[in-house]
Design a binder for this molecule. Structure first.
Ligand code: ATP
Length: 322
């Protein structure tokens, strides 16, 4: 098929580097003689037919900005047959020959279902702070969120040590613990709580007490929001140890901010390759990075298969923090 016009969308939760990815898609496409349309407000905008033409200057000054200039939304209607039909109609009406979806596994599930109806070739560009997409070692935005968390927890460590406190720090991760594990490992957190691994509060409290006997002056517990009720956990540790325990929920603060170099570089590369895959005739794929290599991955694997947490890192974190 002779590719003339493509569309780009951001869906699901925003991630720092989405803007850089949009810029890369737009400029690579224009460089190769394609027209580019931007879908506004995720799948909600696609269903409503909200698209605008993007030129070279429309993506100026965004490489360093978090969020997404196209905006995004959580859209329930796209999960229904009627929603998919409406979205497919928008692609037809605007004569879209190729579609680039920037988002996470939920967005790719929607993209895959849309492809089955519209037959418009689709390429997924993984961008989520959760890094929970099968088929790629990392995602656009993950490195930024890890560094944003470290920036704050380094400061929490200072006050925790001064006051000899235990701090529970909750980070995002609705379903998985990739962000908590990376943050905890890089921070030297004494405990990392993730939904994938059972933990025992009695043994955590015993270890905290033992650590204090051995000269520890503070403890940081990094936990994923899906690992349990953080205020309950803080309360139980307080009761069992009788130490001063505080809770900080980092929440949405981890979503925004300027993307790190790694998130921008990934976004530049993923976005450009997405356009090249479309030009080469790819029908349904995802971009991924494995080791140092940027690869073509299976779009359906991204949401049907479960990415494993790195248990070696988890065990090493345990050894190094005591
Ligand atoms: P993140 O995890 O970073 O928020 P995500 O893409 O996984 O990214 P979701 O909210 O799970 O975020 O999904 C994004 C969007 O993809 C949803 O708002 C919805 O529009 C669409 N989507 C999710 N699940 C499905 C599904 N089962 N079928 C069709 N579309 C879906």
């Amino acid at each position: 098929m002779n590719m003339k016009r493509i569309a780009v969308i951001t869906a699901g939760g925003d991630a720092p580097g989405m803007n850089a990815a949009i810029r890369s898609v737009v400029r690579t496409a224009l460089f190769n003689g394609l027209e580019v349309m931007g879908v506004e407000r995720g799948y909600t905008g696609l269903i409503e037919g909200k698209m605008r033409s993007l030129d070279i200057r429309s993506v100026s000054g965004i490489i360093n900005r978090g969020g997404t200039m196209l905006r995004t939304a959580r859209c329930e209607e796209i999960k229904t047959n009627q929603g998919i039909q409406k979205a497919a109609r928008t692609l037809r009406t605007h004569k879209i020959d190729g579609f680039v979806v920037i988002g996470g596994d939920g967005s790719f599930r929607g993209a895959s279902e849309l492809y089955e109806v519209s037959h418009v070739p689709v390429i997924g560009v993984p961008a989520t702070i959760d890094n929970d997409v099968f088929g790629t070692d990392t995602t656009i935005g993950f490195d930024t969120a890890v560094n944003t968390a470290l920036f704050t927890i380094d400061r929490i460590r200072d006050t925790a040590t001064s006051h000899e406190r235990v701090f529970i720090v909750e980070v995002m991760g609705r379903k998985r613990g990739f962000l908590a594990l990376a943050v905890g490992f890089a921070e030297g957190a004494e405990f990392i709580l993730v939904p994938e691994i059972k933990f025992n509060l009695a043994s955590i409290c015993r270890k905290i007490k033992l650590g204090r006997k051995n000269g520890k002056t503070s403890e940081i517990v990094v936990m994923a929001e899906s690992a349990g009720d953080s205020s309950l956990i803080a309360e139980q540790i307080r009761k069992r140890t009788e130490y001063d325990v505080r809770l900080t929920v980092l929440g949405h603060a981890l979503r925004g901010g300027p993307p790190t170099a790694q998130s921008r570089i990934l976004a530049n590369q993923f976005g450009a390759l997405a356009v090249h895959f479309l030009l080469e005739g790819a029908e349904k794929s995802m971009i991924g990075i494995r080791g140092q290599e940027i690869v073509r991955a299976d779009l359906d694997d991204s949401w049907t298969r479960k990415k494993d947490l790195d248990m070696q890192i988890y065990r090493l974190a345990e050894i190094l923090s005591f």
